[in-house]
Design a protein around this ligand. Structure first.
Ligand SMILES: *Cc1c(COP(=O)(O)O)cnc(C)c1O
Length: 360
């Protein structure tokens, strides 16, 4: 068996140790004689799995007690709607930062429920920058401010947290959650689809401050009301039990690895090494402004796009997989979430140098 270095943006690679543990437990979880997939979500076995996952995540992210952690379905894309539905209250408008494809999708969905004020738009730089903190002026009557700390497609990332004063800050952290410590208390809502840096697809983590729960717009589906999920421990309906369990194994793995400080150090070194290799070469380039390059998604283009197919084919022969860039950007993209070890970066950098020597 060969495990490749998988640079997919999502679903992305998972830690081998986590998959091995899932494999060891697949037929018989902890002496229960059942697979986690076969368990009642209300039974004591699964309840213990769910509770441990939540408490490990709380420990990892130092989530304050006045925040609920929800394990939902529907992906980050459902949160594009759940955020306005739950946070608008008696307000009519919300502020959004438009910094890439994902924030544009959040804006389009937000417009179905409220007046969207776009307080920053970096489309003129083809989303290769983020707005400066000083340039941001938020509306005093906004119900919330929504932004995307890491834009997965272009690989642009905020290295500061916008200061929105008393207006709740909402962050789509799908592709950056757990990559480093953050101060949860600065946010009203944090949400993330699992399939990038948490676990397999199917579960969506929502961390929401207590006072933002219980104000859903009338006439909305119960499944879109944070209160319904909070009151039912994310078990109003059958939750995605196996994805929840695997997310829990990832949280446990992260704690064993030293938590988010250790991940931050490793992730920073991984990204530094890859960007340094790109910048040192005359053959590869990355268009994103230096001060807002993503630690998680590293796009790069070849001097000659005619060589793209050859690059991808030869990379695959070296067990470096899923490097093709997003169709809207072209070129390559290496997604290097927590589960990508330094060895994967070393192998990619070595391959890139060799390829440049032969074709550059
Ligand atoms: C992948 C991604 C999404 C979409 O997530 P789904 O779970 O597929 O809905 C949204 N936002 C960001 C930043 C992403 O990276």
């Amino acid at each position: 068996m060969t495990r490749v270095f998988n640079f997919s943006a999502g679903p992305a690679m998972l830690p081998t140790e986590v998959l091995e543990r899932a494999q060891a437990e697949i037929l018989d979880w902890n002496g229960s004689g059942m697979s986690v997939m076969e368990m009642s979500h209300r039974g004591k076995e699964f309840m213990s799995i769910a509770e441990k996952a939540e408490s490990d995540l709380r420990q990892l992210m130092a989530i304050p007690d006045n925040y609920k952690v929800l394990f939902l379905q529907g992906g980050a894309s459902s949160q594009f709607a759940m955020v306005p539905i739950n946070l608008l209250g008696d307000k009519r408008s919300a502020d959004y930062l438009s910094t890439g494809q994902w924030s544009k999708k959040a804006i389009a969905e937000g417009k179905r429920y409220c007046d969207v004020t776009v307080v920053a738009d970096t489309s003129e730089t083809r989303f290769t920058t983020v707005p400066s903190a000083a340039s941001l002026n938020f509306s005093s009557d906004a119900a919330y401010v929504h932004y995307t700390p890491n834009e997965t497609i272009v690989g642009v990332e905020f290295h500061y947290v916008p200061d929105t004063g008393d207006v709740p800050l909402v962050a789509d952290m799908s592709s950056t959650i757990l990559s480093r410590p953050i101060k949860v208390g600065k946010y009203g809502v944090i949400y993330a689809g699992a399939q990038k840096n948490i676990g397999p697809a199917g579960v969506t983590v929502v961390i929401v401050r207590d006072d933002l729960i219980g104000n859903a717009l009338p006439g909305m589906p119960a499944m879109f009301d944070y209160q319904v999920h909070a009151d039912n421990g994310s078990m109003y309906n059958t939750p995605p039990t196996y994805s929840w369990y695997l997310a829990g194994l990832v949280f446990d793995w992260l704690l064993q690895k030293g938590g988010l400080e250790s991940m931050a150090e490793l992730n920073y070194s991984k990204a530094e090494k890859l960007y340094a290799a790109i910048d040192a070469s005359g053959f590869y380039s990355n268009p994103v402004a230096l001060e807002c390059r993503s630690w998680m998604n590293v796009p790069f283009i070849l001097a000659d796009p005619e060589l793209d197919a050859t690059f991808l084919a030869e990379a695959a022969e070296h067990n470096l997989k899923t490097l093709k860039g997003h169709r809207s950007v072209g070129g390559m993209r290496a997604s290097i979430y927590n589960a990508m070890p330094m060895e994967g970066i070393d192998a990619l950098v070595a391959f890139m140098a060799d390829f440049e020597q032969r074709y550059g």
